[in-house]
Structures are given as structure tokens and as C-alpha cells.
Design a protein around this ligand. Structure first.
Ligand SMILES: Nc1nc2c(c(=O)[nH]1)N[C@H]1C(S)=C(S)[C@@H](COP(=O)(O)OP(=O)(O)OC[C@H]3O[C@@H](n4cnc5c(=O)[nH]c(N)nc54)[C@H](O)[C@@H]3O)O[C@H]1N2
Ligand SMILES: Nc1nc2c(c(=O)[nH]1)N[C@H]1C(S)=C(S)[C@@H](COP(=O)(O)OP(=O)(O)OC[C@H]3O[C@@H](n4cnc5c(=O)[nH]c(N)nc54)[C@H](O)[C@@H]3O)O[C@H]1N2
Ligand SMILES: [Mo]
Length: 718
């Protein structure tokens, strides 16, 4: 989370780590992950040398090899596969953004494959790209301290972004009103003035009804709308049918409360809406839901104003990720082969090309292709498993645990098993790494420099230095791409000796008078570009019309509905009446929780002791009905799969809703097949569907919030 830490190093050994009291994010504080970082660095389970699988995949027979042997063999095998099937047969998967930023994409553009995959569709993409299409960048930097009202929508910084939560509490102490929209009484909801316990997956309906109230009651910003936006009249016509009464039935919130909350938001100026990834994970309709919310912020005049939702734009001088990616090296014919791009057009080459044209006009730079222009995960896993529409034979997994992070884990398993070559760059022997031909040891944040601009899209950057050189034979992710690139004819494209040299190159245009990256870290550590507000006035909107678009022309260009509209959630008694009786409950399959980060840190005792077992929250009435006691194991079942977690009984969820934890596997269980450290026992993505028809229509995001399910007691001694 980019918290500042101070390491004490004695004779090349990190002996002490404390939170940096001067760092503006964490002000010296540490969460359990920070506090146990030395256990992470030195853990006996860490992978320290390259490993080659010499037995059957999943049997755990690994042999230590040299980096040279591993990389030579990987490069040779990739070359053969590329020759036989085309470069598109080589894919890569990543998880939440860590350090390799542009390097992965640079490597893939140079080998000619468009099949780069991340968990992006369920993490920020529908929201970010809808904003970008509507006004030319995302306004993801809310100025909470100056806001009179903050709407926290499908977001729980009380457990997922603690520095942000501190800001929220400070604002609240100064009189800012906080409205939380969440089906669960979360840490953040517990601090709110108003908590709207929405039915999972119905955010779209609520946002449309807010638009209806605000427009019909004349609570929007007339002057702003008239001067800077296009499409208001059509929007106004469109939302007439979405009355609070209509939405009440969908959301479970009374028409009065819907109207009242809409008025509070519209009448408190300036105000922010902070949205989290819950609304990216609604499946079909994730983008439609973003469309309605984006319109709210626009018509209320909160876009890019002090105390509102500020749109940073790219870092003006620093060499951005986009500039480092070399997207121009990927030929058009290869772009067209990107899996899923014929259906999910917003977050793949068709949409990215249009977005980039708009952005270049206004900013002179675009957003990176990494994260924002990718192949669709389900399509790629299906191609691996079935060879259709064409064979995907090799995959480099880096900073990702695909068996746990993507929907339909059993399909992902089939996919990975079926590959000719699987390479995993990891800290640990994860269930996914167990299936690899090569597992390569990666250096962690104490062993490498880190410089980030939030996925390459913020106008500020932060940097840190390495405390020590990588231990054992660990390498940085950047080194891995560079050295594999050398072997694949890319020598001239990787001119930097070290990570630091490369960062220095990117910093140079800022002209801070430093001679090295280390000096930059020592004297500055961060750089914030000068902020302008209301950039749509000075620069124009990075859209086709040059205005802020309530009717989004880029969506129209791609063949999608340009106006906010209602999409029924993909798993509901209305959409799937045939199974409604069998699966009467609603599952929320996710949400970040302390102390873990996704599927990580299960090995670290100090962390694991805080949460030894996976937990599913159920209402006391449901517990009573099924005679379930606190802590008992229960089955959670959907048509896709079945896993077990322990019951946590709490009225924080409604009687017909359950919330299961994500990310579970057990390093202490049987390592080899078929258990693979229990990866199918409690991992909720075994139950989450990836059927493309249930995924977001524009971005292909799977649905993890609001899935039809049932529960039962685990009777046997399982
Ligand atoms: N059902 C459901 N599914 C979800 C979500 C949900 O809420 N519900 N959330 C989604 C979201 S928002 C996201 S971002 C994804 C997260 O998906 P992932 O990012 O895949 O999740 P992690 O479990 O953190 O896996 C990252 C792996 O990379 C390794 N790793 C960590 N840092 C580095 C590094 O710097 N370099 C390398 N080479 N390896 C590293 C870790 O050891 C870990 O095994 O999951 C998504 N999946
Ligand atoms: N501790 C911890 N922190 C993390 C992470 C982690 O794994 N652990 N992961 C990091 C990553 S990669 C990301 S993307 C962020 C994500 O962090 P957030 O943006 O906060 O998103 P989530 O934690 O996935 O879910 C937020 C809230 O959405 C609610 N929710 C569930 N279903 C719905 C719904 O249908 N509608 C609405 N309105 N709300 C719903 C959940 O109850 C939860 O309280 O967290 C980051 N921070
Ligand atoms: Mo994420």
C-alpha cells in the first residue's frame, strides 16, 4: 500500500524495521503485514533458487538449477512455440500491480503477443475506463479533507486502505458527512452518518434512482452542466423510468431513504464519491453501474474541483509507464488476435486505441496498456484448456496466484495443467507454482528499489531504495524480463544495467539536480506535479466532443449504449428462475480483510495466528435455522462449485446474504496433487462462475458480489 518504512541495516543484514513517522501515507504506522515484514524476508519457505520440475506436474519434484540454465531453456522453448503457433500462443498473467509495471508489457510487445492478462477486469477497470471515456482520465484522487460529504461506494478502506481511512476519520471530525453503500456493516460503515445496506449487486439501480431524484428535483449544477457537458437532455429522459420506488424493490432500500441520501449528496458541495472494486465485481452491468455513478459526480459539479473528485492526469515530465511500454511495436495483426477483444472491447485494443487518441490530444500521453488494454482472463484460460479459438501453450505467471485469484478455479487448474510451458516467478511455493515447469525466486521490497505512479496513472510518484541486495539467488522482476528479453533478441531494448539505472532514466526529465536514483530517494522520495483544477476548462475534455460526456461517444463508437441504463444482475431469481429455489441465498465472494493481502501471507505465523481459518459471515437467524454454531465448518455451494469455511455469526449481514472470504489455501496441508495445499477446499473462486454471458458486457469482469448460493452444515469430519 506504499507505506513508508525505515530499515536498519547492519553488515548487510536488516535488523530492524519501523514505520516512517515522516511518511505522509502511514505517518509511522504499520499494519500486521508491515510489522511482520522481516519474517517475510527471511522465512524458511521462501524460494531462494531457480527450481525446475523434473517429475509430473503437481508431484512436487523440483530440482535446483542455475538462472542461466533456466532462462536459456525457457527462451529456447518460447522460441519454438512462437515459431510453431505464433507469438499469441505465449501468454502472461499478473495480479494486483506490484513492481514490474511496464517491463512485462515491453517484453510482450517485443515478442509480439497481445495476450497479457491481469485480474484488472475485477479491479478498477470498469470504473476507471468509464471515467476515462466520459471525461478523459479517472478522477480517483478525492480531496476528502475539503469535502462536505463523502460517499463511500462499495469500498471499505477501514480494512483495505488504512491511510485513506485515517483521512476519512479526520474529515468526519471536521464535519464531513459520510455515507457508506455496502451490503455489509463494514469497518467503514461503522463510522458513517448514513449506511445504506444495499442488496448485493444492485448498485446500478441505486445510482440510476439517485440520478432520477437529483435531476427531477433540480438539485444538479445547471451552470456546470450547460457549459461543460454534453448529453444532459438525453440522460434526463433516460432516467425518468428509474424512480426511487422502482429502485427500492431492487436494492432493498426504501424510496424515502434513496431520495434522502441522494439529496444529501447533491446538496453538500463540494462532495466526493469514492468507489471501490465491489462495483467492478458485479459481473454483467459493472460498467453500466459505473456509467450511472460517473454521471452523478458530473451533474453535481464535483469533477476536478477542490474538495471534489480530482482527476490527476498523467505525470507531465516523468517518463511514464505508457512511454516505456513500446506499444507501437505490437503489429496490428497481433493486436487483432487479443483474446476476448471482439466481445469485451473497452479494456482491450479496440477501446484502448480510441481512448489513446483522445488522451494524446489533451494530455500528450496515454494510460498504460498494462492493466488497461488486456486479453480477457476467461478467454485465455479457455484457450489454454481447449486450444480454442487457438492454442495458448505457454504462460509466464508473475506476481499472481491464478488458481486462487480468478473465477472458476477448476477451469484455471485445467488450463495451467494443459500448458506446454508454465513459468512462475514467486516468493513462495503457491498452489499455482506447484504446477510450473520452472519456479523462479523473486526479490521483495526490501531487496529492490520501488518506484510507482499508481499503475502509471497518477501525477505523483513515490520511490524507495533497496535496503539490501537480493538474498540468495533472488532477482527483481525487472531483471527477469530484461534477462529473458536478452535471450529473445531484445538486447537493444533493455539498455539499463540495474533497476536503479532504469528509474534514473525515467526521473531525469523532472530535472531535480540529482546524480543518481539513490540521491533522489534520499532527498525527495516523492514528487508531486503542480495541480490545476478544472482541467476541462483549460485543456478541454479528452473525449471525442472535447466536453465532459454524459452520453459517452466512445461507447457509441464501440457499439455500446452511451447512456446510463439498467442491467439486471447476472445471478438473481429474475435472471435464473430455474435455480432460484435450489440456491435461495446471496453470496458476496470477496472484500479485502485484515490481516491478509489476497491469497498472501498464509505462511507467516504472526499473521496467520490472527486468522487461522477462513470465515464466512452469516446472520444469526440463518445460523439458528441451520443449527450452526460459531466456528463450525459449513459448505457454501453454487452451481459452479462447493467449498467450506467456518461460520462467523453476526448481524452485519442480512439474513439472506452470506459473505465468504477470498484467497484461501493452506501451506500446511498436503503440498502435492490432488490437494495442492488445499487450494480447492476453501477457495471461494471455486464457486464463482466465469461464463462470459454473466461477465461485464464491456470489460468481461466476472461477478463475485451477489451470487445465488446455498449453505449446509459440514456433517462429516471433513
Ligand atoms: N472472488 C474474488 N476474487 C477476486 C477478488 C475478490 O474480491 N473476490 N479480488 C480481485 C482483486 S481486486 C485482485 S487485485 C486480485 C488479486 O490477485 P493476485 O494479485 O493474484 O493475488 P495474490 O494472492 O496477492 O497473489 C499474488 C502472488 O504474487 C506473489 N507476489 C507478491 N509480490 C510479488 C512481486 O513483487 N513479484 C512477484 N513475482 N511475485 C509477487 C505473492 O506471493 C502471491 O502468491 O484478485 C481478484 N480476485
Ligand atoms: N487488507 C487488505 N487490503 C487490501 C487488499 C487485501 O487483499 N487485503 N487488496 C487490495 C486491492 S488489490 C484492492 S483492489 C483493494 C480493494 O478494496 P475495496 O475497494 O475496499 O474493495 P473490497 O475490499 O473488495 O470490497 C469493499 C466492500 O464492498 C462491499 N460489497 C460487497 N458486495 C457489494 C455490492 O454488491 N455492492 C456494494 N456497494 N458493496 C459491496 C464489501 O462488503 C466490502 O466492505 O484493497 C486493497 N487493500
Ligand atoms: Mo485489486
Amino acid at each position: 500500500m506504499n507505506c513508508g518504512m525505515l530499515a536498519t541495516v547492519e553488515d548487510g543484514v536488516v535488523t530492524k524495521l519501523v514505520g516512517d513517522p515522516e511518511h505522509p501515507f502511514n505517518l509511522g504506522a504499520q499494519c500486521p503485514r508491515g510489522a511482520s515484514a522481516l519474517d517475510h524476508l527471511n522465512h524458511p519457505n521462501r524460494i531462494n533458487y531457480p527450481l525446475k520440475q523434473v517429475g509430473k506436474r503437481g508431484a512436487g519434484q523440483f530440482k535446483r538449477v542455475s538462472w542461466k540454465e533456466a532462462l536459456d531453456d525457457i527462451a529456447a522453448r518460447l522460441a519454438v512455440l512462437k515459431e510453431e503457433y505464433g507469438a499469441e500462443t505465449i501468454a502472461t498473467t499478473g495480479g494486483t500491480n506490484r513492481t514490474d509495471d511496464f517491463a512485462r508489457r515491453r517484453f510482450f510487445n517485443l515478442i509480439g503477443s497481445p495476450n497479457v492478462v491481469h485480474t484488472a477486469p475485477v479491479c478498477w477497470i470498469p470504473n476507471f475506463l468509464t471515467e476515462s471515456a466520459s471525461y478523459g482520465w479517472a478522477a480517483f484522487d478525492p480531496e476528502i479533507a475539503g469535502a462536505r460529504c463523502v460517499v463511500v461506494w462499495g469500498h471499505n478502506p477501514g480494512s483495505s486502505y488504512l491511510p485513506e481511512m485515517r483521512g476519512l476519520l479526520q474529515a468526519k471530525a471536521n464535519g464531513t458527512k459520510i455515507i457508506v453503500i455496502d451490503p455489509i456493516y463494514s469497518e467503514t460503515a461503522s463510522k458513517a452518518e448514513l449506511w445504506l445496506p444495499i442488496k448485493p449487486g444492485s448498485d446500478n439501480a441505486l445510482a440510476l434512482a439517485w440520478l432520477n431524484v437529483i435531476i427531477n428535483e433540480g438539485l444538479f449544477d445547471y451552470k456546470f452542466v450547460a457549459e461543460w457537458t454534453v448529453g444532459f437532455d438525453e440522460l434526463s429522459d433516460r432516467v425518468q423510468e428509474y424512480t426511487p420506488e422502482w429502485a427500492a424493490e431492487k436494492t432493498g432500500i426504501s424510496p424515502e431513504l434513496i431520495a434522502e441520501s441522494a439529496r444529501i449528496y447533491a446538496m453538500s458541495k463540494p462532495a466526493c464519491i469514492q468507489w471501490g472494486v465491489a462495483t467492478d465485481q458485479l459481473g454483467k452491468g459493472s460498467t453500466a453501474s459505473a456509467q450511472a455513478r460517473v454521471a452523478l459526480r458530473i451533474i453535481c459539479g464535483n469533477l476536478d474541483v477542490p474538495g471534489g473528485d480530482v482527476m490527476p492526469g498523467p505525470h507531465p515530465t516523468f517518463v511514464t509507464d505508457w512511454e516505456m511500454e513500446l506499444n507501437e511495436m505490437l503489429p496490428e495483426v497481433q493486436r487483432n488476435k487479443q483474446l476476448g477483444s471482439e466481445k469485451f472491447k473497452l479494456n482491450s485494443w479496440p477501446g484502448y486505441k480510441l481512448l489513446t487518441e483522445n488522451m494524446l490530444r489533451v494530455w500528450g500521453k496515454s494510460i498504460p496498456a498494462e492493466w488497461f488494454c488486456e486479453a480477457n482472463p476467461s478467454r485465455v484460460f479457455r484457450a489454454m484448456a481447449t486450444g480454442k479459438p487457438y492454442p495458448v501453450k505457454a504462460c509466464i505467471v508473475l506476481a499472481n496466484n491464478p488458481l486462487v485469484s480468478y473465477a472458476n478455479s477448476k477451469l484455471v487448474y485445467k488450463a495451467l495443467k494443459n500448458l506446454d510451458l508454465l513459468v512462475v516467478m514467486e516468493y513462495w511455493m503457491t498452489p499455482s507454482a506447484m504446477l510450473a515447469d520452472y519456479v523462479l525466486p523473486v526479490a521483495s521490497w526490501l531487496e529492490r528499489p520501488v518506484m510507482t505512479t499508481t499503475y502509471g496513472v497518477s501525477d505523483w510518484l513515490i520511490a524507495s531504495e533497496r535496503a539490501i541486495e537480493p538474498l540468495y539467488e533472488r532477482k527483481t522482476d525487472f531483471d527477469f524480463w530484461k534477462e529473458l528479453g536478452y535471450r529473445m533478441g531484445q538486447v537493444e531494448y533493455w539498455p539499463w544495467e540495474t533497476d536503479e539505472d532504469m528509474f534514473k532514466y525515467r526521473l531525469d526529465p523532472i530535472d531535480l539536480g540529482v546524480d543518481s536514483y539513490e540521491e533522489f530517494v534520499q532527498y525527495y522520495r516523492m514528487h508531486f506535479a503542480d495541480r490545476e483544477y478544472r482541467k476541462y476548462q483549460t485543456r478541454g475534455g479528452a473525449t471525442l466532443s472535447g466536453k465532459i460526456e454524459l452520453k459517452i461517444s466512445l461507447f457509441e463508437q464501440l457499439g455500446y449504449d452511451p447512456l446510463p441504463h439498467y442491467v439486471e444482475r447476472p445471478f438473481s431469481p429474475e435472471t435464473k428462475p430455474e435455480i432460484a429455489e435450489q440456491y435461495p441465498m446471496t453470496l458476496v465472494a470477496g472484500g479485502g480483510f485484515m490481516p491478509f493481502f489476497h491469497s498472501e501471507h498464509k505462511e507467516i505465523t504472526r499473521i496467520r495466528l490472527l486468522r487461522p481459518y477462513p470465515r464466512v459471515t452469516i446472520n444469526p437467524a440463518l445460523a439458528e435455522k441451520f443449527k450452526i454454531e460459531e466456528g463450525e465448518w459449513i459448505w457454501i455451494e453454487t452451481p459452479t462449485g462447493k467449498v467450506k469455511q467456518t461460520a462467523f455469526i453476526s448481524p452485519a449481514v442480512a439474513p439472506d446474504v452470506i459473505q465468504a472470504e477470498r484467497g484461501w489455501w493452506f501451506p500446511e496441508k498436503e503440498v502435492t496433487e490432488p490437494s495442492l495445499m488445499g487450494v480447492f477446499d476453501s477457495n471461494i473462486n471455486v464457486c464463482v462462475d466465469d461464463d462470459p454471458d454473466t461477465c461485464d458486457e464491456l470489460c468481461g469482469s466476472f461477478c463475485s458480489r451477489g451470487i445465488m448460493c446455498r449453505i449446509s452444515k459440514v456433517e462429516e469430519d471433513a
